[in-house]
Design a protein around this ligand. Sequence first.
Ligand SMILES: [Mg+2]
Length: 258
Amino acid sequence: MTPPLMPYVRLSATEQTTLLDGIVARARAVREKGGSPVVVFDLDGTLMDNRPRTIRILHELAHTWSEKYPEASASLREAHPDRTVYALSETLDRVGVRGAELIELAETFWKERFFFDEHLVHDTALAGSVSFAKDCHEAGARLAYVTGRDLPNMSLGTWKSLRDLGFPIGVVGTELILKSDAAIPDEEFKRLLAPKLSALGEIIASFDNEPGNCNIFLKFFPQAKSVLVDTQHHPAAPKPDAGVDVIGDFSRSSTTKA
Ligand SMILES: [Mg+2]
């Protein structure tokens, strides 16, 4: 993964396993007492790595530019997920595509593809994420996938992606919740939505790669675990509040499942 922009202190492998297994155990305990446990998951940068989506688009741009901008095209072919960072302009700079005109063209090309159903097929699951989501679901938790992707342009591709990667979806105890409009800022969407999630049951844990969203969930659900998945986040993100646990992925040392 790309090194984090801020040096967050992640849980050790043992602590991470204890945290994640503890959430599964709490789901089971709440369910056995007749409750309705809920685990909330963000998608991009949390359950899923969307950097391969960006790389696919940049490689398509390389093809489009092969005759008109052969040097930039050659640079784009070298783009790789491990050198992909939060801001597209910085990713372009890293592969050697520079100049305001080219960057603007590339950003437009990227936006016209990144935020639409068709390219979601290129996302991959974060290590251990499918197994953990399945374990939560099998323990009796309702899974609420809460994403800043928008309903008009990204819902069908998201549903397909969740299904094809092996996450529980389309069965009892799963919810896919998206923004009604792409123009709504992600943080505003989650801030307004979070209190409404109580209608689903007892929130026992939430996972997000944006520290600001983790702080929102911690504020609304102080009894639940709020977990920052330390992949990529907005460069101007606030610090995670004390009480937010930090993990790099969903690997558990006690399990050999993918
Ligand atoms: Mg995210």
